[in-house]
Design a protein around this ligand. Structure first.
Ligand code: ADP
Ligand code: ASP
Ligand code: MG
Length: 408
């Protein structure tokens, strides 16, 4: 008998039929004698629908009220799933994040979990009940409802698995595991049997939305056995693990991409100490996160400065830089929001030279101009025009030998 935390994403609970199918799956595992805590997302499209409703009321709704609104999506699913389980004769009880008590900080719309009270859940499990918990939400110390950021139900599941010391945490979704890249972009993508926490963390941070970044951080920190599987078909899915030595010996494990970035450039900035902080200071003060940064020195004692931000912050960042431009005597500010970041990820990079040059040559052969480059020990990212996204991902997927074997 094992204790499992199962999480079902939006598509997996997207209709009455699907919720009933999920209930069947849970009942089967429960009948085998396992203890189950089930985390659910809102039905697919619901969080977007609620967000659009809020925008009808106010252009910039208060974040506190957004959390009150968005948390209702998960509350609908949790109760419907409990009812479906009851209908199958399976004892179940549902809780919101606040009822459990999943305590978070007060950063509305992107709260962090601080503590989980496992008391109620354990009592229910001991009574032989399936416990259903609303994902993506918690409560702060003043009793305000909070949410954990888009995709946050993954984090609820992993945090519960860590708190309950569950044997495994299963993330059931609409793909049957973690692939070498998003199968929606490259049909030749291959499912990985295993991937390291480190690589998964990079993939998630670089745009692979199959798992929320924080869920991977949590799983790595608390050593939660984490598996991504399909809710629609049987299979072992992908295990996220520490066991690097037993991994497939691939140089590159996966390719991630991010469509959410925009690029800003300040040219002709007088090249003096403190330039970077003069440009990025006002951006940080407005809570805008900066990702890649490049600074170049020209012959005429000026410097060009380029960085990327989230596309939602692009216009705001542009306005700020125009002011900075006047104050610093820089020549001009330009920007583009039609860019994407494409990254290759793999622990194999540590011990192999020449991977960057293969990447750059492949892109050059396809006529793709690289606008920015950034590297770390296990990843190389490039910024390119968004029209090249598919071409870049597919050509890199092929050159690094990631295509499905039968189609290679
Ligand atoms: P859920 O609603 O179950 O949380 P998500 O839509 O958040 O599901 O995540 C699953 C989706 O992630 C897949 O449908 C797939 O398009 C996308 N995805 C992106 N990168 C990858 C990858 N490397 N492997 C598998 N799926 C990926
Ligand atoms: N419902 C939330 C979202 O769509 C949380 C989740 O599904 O994980 O982002
Ligand atoms: Mg998700």
């Amino acid at each position: 008998m094992a204790l499992y935390v199962y999480k079902f994403g939006g598509t997996s609970v997207g209709s009455v039929e699907r919720i009933k199918a999920v209930a069947e799956k849970i009942k089967k595992a429960h009948d085998q004698g396992h203890q189950l805590v089930v985390v659910v997302s809102a039905m697919s499209g619901e969080t977007n629908r609620l967000t659009a409703l809020a925008k009808e009321m106010q252009a910039q709704p208060s974040e506190r009220e957004m959390d009150v609104l968005l948390s209702t999506g998960e509350q609908v699913t949790m109760s419907l799933l409990s009812m479906a389980l009851h209908a199958l004769g399976c004892d179940a009880c549902s809780y919101t994040g606040s009822q459990v008590k999943i305590l978070t900080d007060s950063s509305h719309t992107k709260a962090r979990i601080q503590d989980i009270d496992d008391h109620k859940i354990r009592q229910d499990l001991e009574q032989g009940r399936v416990v259903v918990v609303a994902g993506f939400q918690g409560v702060d110390e003043k009793g305000n409802i909070t949410t954990l950021g888009r995709g946050g139900s993954d984090t609820t599941a992993v945090a519960l698995a860590a708190a309950l010391k569950a044997d495994e945490c299963h993330i059931y979704t609409d793909v049957d595991g973690v692939y070498t890249t998003d199968p929606r972009i490259e049909p030749k993508a291959r499912r990985l049997d295993k991937i390291t926490f480190e690589e998964m963390l990079e993939m998630a941070s670089l745009g692979s939305k199959v798992l929320q970044i924080r869920s991977v951080e949590f799983a790595g920190k608390y050593n939660v056995a984490l598996r991504v599987l399909s809710s629609f078909k049987e299979g072992n899915g992908t295990l996220i693990t520490y066991e690097e030595s037993q991994m497939e010996k691939a140089l590159i494990s996966g390719i991630a991409f991010n469509r959410d970035e925009a690029k800003l450039t300040v040219t002709g900035v007088p090249d003096l100490p403190g330039v970077a902080s003069k440009i990025l200071g006002p951006i940080a003060e407005q809570n805008i996160e900066v990702d890649m940064i490049i600074q170049n020195i020209a012959d005429d004692d000026t410097t060009d400065f380029t960085f990327t931000v989230h596309r939602n912050d692009y216009q705001r960042a542009l306005e700020i830089l125009k002011k900075v431009c006047q104050e610093t005597g820089a020549r001009q500010v330009t920007g583009a929001d039609n860019i994407v970041k494409v990254s290759i990820v793999g622990v194999g990079m540590r011990s192999h030279a020449g991977i960057a040059s293969t990447m750059f040559k492949t892109l050059a052969d396809e006529g793709i101009n690289i606008q920015m480059i950034s590297t770390s020990e296990i990843k190389i990212s490039v910024v390119v025009d968004e029209k090249y996204l598919e071409l870049a991902v597919r050509s890199l997927h092929s050159v690094f030998g990631l295509d499905k074997k039968e189609q290679a």
